[in-house]
Design a protein. Structure first.
Ligand code: MRU
Length: 341
């Protein structure tokens, strides 16, 4: 299989191998991860990012760590796994896929309790492989169902990066665009640059333009004007966690996009695999929104600071929560639907 993968398990080094997304678009560089400190850091600092990729990375990374545990008694192994899993769980708070994957890996160890370390490792390997395979399959299905919403000549607006770089491949929100292109439809994409970390400008624009898709980057504050001028047929974004009632968290800026879309009557679809759905949360008010360092607003990505030195940058939520009623529907691996559960 020659398709570029965002992350995979490298059988030569027995490590998680992932594209370092902080280096894009300048460099396509892979990192190899086999210890918990590096794994935690990679997720925290967005080397591995995007909800599905965080989940798959946690699963493959936990297996790589487990291969190297020093205490090889079954009790010692199970204890080391629990501690390692707790550290990985604390790397970021919002994307449901992280907890979904860590829980599945922990359950794999629990199932094998009282057997041998080899059997526990076998369970972990199989579980990580399933999470990896399911991610590819779910994203592909999202693409096939979502492509039905796109016509030849459609113009799509998207926010942040929910493409092949946010998952093993295909991605969520951009998967319908890739499938539509395979079907010979010409689709034009407007990509919000996505302040402050510029996942739209650096990542979405990179992967779409490399795939030959007509892509224009806009500043986030241009989206309303674009809609007002009738230049957007459909908005598709990904999401990081969906509550049982369909409220969802996505990259900050999605809320104003949804409000504007409602105002201008532009259809707005959210693409999500079932690993992003959190049925334990009744509505969006319970979603924990990550607050990140203000230097992301003032300094990162700029050669000199962009904010007056005496001003504060102490409000930097990475996500916002969008009420269900603002959007048209969801694209999941099961189809285009009104209700996510
Ligand atoms: O902070 P990130 O880059 O991990 O943010 C996640 C995102 O890219 C978006 O919110 C995305 O739409 C959801 S991931 C499919």
């Amino acid at each position: 299989d020659k398709r570029v993968k965002t992350l995979y398990f490298d059988n030569k080094t027995h490590s998680l191998c992932a594209i370092d997304q902080t280096k894009l678009p300048q460099k396509l560089q892979y990192i190899y991860i086999s210890d918990v400190t590096t794994l935690y850091d990679a997720i925290k600092t967005l080397k591995i990012r995007g909800a599905p990729a965080i989940g798959v990375g946690a699963a493959l990374g936990l297996y790589a760590c487990a291969l190297r545990f020093e205490d090889n008694t079954t009790e010692g192994f199970a204890y080391s796994f629990k501690k390692t899993a707790e550290i990985v769980r604390s790397s970021r708070p919002t994307a449901r896929n992280l907890f979904y994957a860590v829980d599945r890996m922990q359950n794999a160890v629990n199932r094998a309790e009282g057997t041998t370390v080899d059997i526990m490792l076998g369970e972990l390997k199989a579980e990580a492989q399933s999470i990896f395979d399911e991610d590819i399959a779910m994203c592909r299905c999202i693409g096939e169902y979502g492509a039905e919403l796109l016509k030849d000549g459609s113009t799509v607006l998207t926010h942040c990066n929910a493409g092949s770089l946010c998952a093993v491949e295909y991605g969520t929100a951009l998967s319908p665009i890739y499938v539509a292109a395979e079907q010979g439809k010409r689709v034009k994409v407007y990509a919000d640059e996505t302040r402050p970390l510029l996942q739209g400008a650096r990542l979405t624009a990179f992967e779409l333009s490399e795939a030959g898709i007509d892509t224009t980057v806009i500043c986030d504050n241009m989206a309303a004007s674009l809609m007002q001028h009738g230049k957007v047929d459909i908005i598709i974004t990904g999401c990081d966690r969906v509550a049982a009632n369909g409220d969802f968290a996505n990259k900050v800026g999605t809320l104003s996009l949804a409000i504007n879309a409602k105002h201008f009557g532009v259809p707005f679809y959210v693409a999500a695999p079932s690993s992003t759905v959190d049925e334990s949360i009744p509505d969006g008010s319970e979603i924990i929104v990550e607050q990140r360092c203000g230097l992301e607003i003032s300094d990162y990505w700029y050669s000199t600071p962009m904010v007056a030195p005496k001003a504060k940058c102490d409000y930097n939520p990475a996500f916002d929560v969008v009420p269900r009623e603002l959007i048209t529907g969801f694209i999941t691996e099961k189809g285009v639907t009104d209700s996510i559960v």
